[in-house]
Design a protein around this ligand. Structure first.
Ligand code: FCB
Length: 439
């Protein structure tokens, strides 16, 4: 089967600052909550930290040369907030701004569109020390930081996203404690979930005022949900799981209020919502970024199933199920009449090996991508306005609580020597981009 994509389809790859930059305390950068967390013994597997990561802060010219060789048309990256504002507010670190400025210029010279994320989890430790996202007074600092970046780069970057996966920030950072700052506090979790949305709204408003020419969006993590069987009880349980959990950001942004089933579930422990919040959150967006890797399967009697017999799983323990991505996109579009969509992350971690002749035959990743690309094309044919696709990730990198143990890259990184090697999936992706065809 041959699948053809529109000629202007934006093929890209994605990274995030803490996962690749390293240079955690160089040139005036401030501390982030991920620096603090990874330096705390027992938090990250194997004691890994992002201190050096892919050393991208020093090797970025080489990395842009690799992007060029890969042929990507766009590169999604994030800015380290404490690199440009060491305390999260106030004094600007010019060396940090210069770093992103040069990066953007060289990307543009290589004909690669920079697609920027303002916050991909490396929150300034100094703001956290004044109660972080739970403190309402801190929310405006995110808007100030957004404007600082727009003023500096808005003449050259068209597409801006506020947050990467606010749901993961709130859930893993404040509820299950698996990410920085590592809290398990249901009350804070609920308030942070709402406050992140308020910060998003403030940022959207401030960025548009600073530069009306830019396009603004957000990146949400959304996995499809399927019922374990056709049994009406499973179907109802799945709908309830979706409505009460997975709509947490979609509904306020696109419907202007929290889903009633979610509110019911909070059962008295609702966040504090100030007047005007919901209108701020529901400002029209120019696009939506969707990160999706797998799906959930729900049974009325057993809840979310761990393992589906016969399914393939990645190293993350995530089921490979490409049709679920198509169904998800079609459902989102039906429920919310989406603006243009970018798949801002999709990819897979597998155990890669470098062969003695220096190759990485990552057949399973290649297959994963082929299936997901194909299903996304089908979603487009079913009416979803999908404009681009960013593979996670350009490089193997620091996979949060898993450290360097999980490899998602199109490009293999030897973390001892920093040598980069194109995996087979990268050569394959290069041909897809060049032809706009998936075979
Ligand atoms: C997403 C994150 C990204 C990466 C992938 C595997 O949730 O946005 O940084 O870790 O998962």
């Amino acid at each position: 089967m041959t699948v053809q994509y529109p000629s202007n389809f934006l093929w890209g790859a994605a990274t995030a600052s803490y996962q690749i930059e390293g240079a955690w305390n160089e040139d005036g950068k401030g501390e982030s909550i991920w620096d603090r967390y990874s330096h705390t013994p027992g938090k990250v597997e194997n004691g890994d930290t992002g201190d050096v990561a892919c050393d991208h802060y020093h090797r970025w010219p080489e990395d842009i040369a690799l992007m060029r060789q890969l042929g990507i048309k766009a590169y999604r990256f994030s800015v380290s907030w404490p690199r440009v504002l060491p305390l999260g507010k106030g004094r600007v670190n010019l060396a940090g701004l210069d770093f992103y400025d040069r990066l953007v210029d060289v990307l543009l010279a290589a004909n690669i569109e920079p697609f920027i994320t303002l916050h991909h989890w490396d929150y300034p430790q100094a703001l956290y020390d004044s109660d972080g996202w739970t403190n309402r007074d801190n929310l405006a600092y995110f808007a100030d930081y957004s404007v600082l970046m727009v003023k500096r780069l808005g003449d050259r970057i068209r597409r801006w996203t506020t947050f990467n996966e606010p749901g993961v920030i709130a859930w893993c950072g404040y509820m299950n404690g698996e990410h920085a700052p590592g809290l398990r506090d249901p009350k804070k979790f609920v308030q942070v979930t709402h406050n992140l949305m308020v910060a998003h709204g403030l940022s959207v408003q401030a960025m548009r005022a600073a530069n009306p020419a830019i396009e603004v969006g957000i990146v949400l993590s959304q996995w499809g949900l399927d019922p374990a069987s056709d049994d009406p009880a499973d179907v109802t349980a799945t709908e309830h799981a979706w409505n009460s959990g997975d709509t947490a950001f979609l509904h306020p942004i696109f419907a202007g209020h929290y889903h009633p089933e979610m509110v019911d579930q909070l059962n008295g422990s609702e966040p504090e919502i100030k007047s005007g919040d919901m209108a701020l959150i529901a400002q029209k967006l120019d696009f939506l970024g969707v990160n999706s890797y797998s799906r959930g399967v729900i049974s009325a009697t057993q809840g979310r199933l761990e393992r589906i017999p016969g399914s393939e799983y990645t190293e993350m323990g995530w089921e490979v199920c490409a049709p679920a991505l198509r169904r998800l996109l079609v459902k989102l579009n039906k429920d919310y009449h989406l603006p243009p969509v970018y798949i801002t992350e999709n990819g897979s971690a597998f155990k890669d090996e470098v062969t003695p002749d220096g190759k990485v035959h990552d057949e399973r990743r290649l297959d994963y991508l082929r299936q997901h690309f194909t299903e996304v094309r089908k979603a487009m044919q079913e009416g979803v306005d999908i404009r681009g696709y960013f593979v996670w990730s350009l490089l193997d990198n620091f996979e949060w609580a898993y450290g360097y143990g999980k490899r998602f890259g199109l490009i293999h990184v030897d973390f001892e020597t920093q040598k980069r090697i194109f995996k087979d999936s990268a050569y394959w992706y290069n041909r897809v981009i060049a032809t706009n065809i998936v075979d």
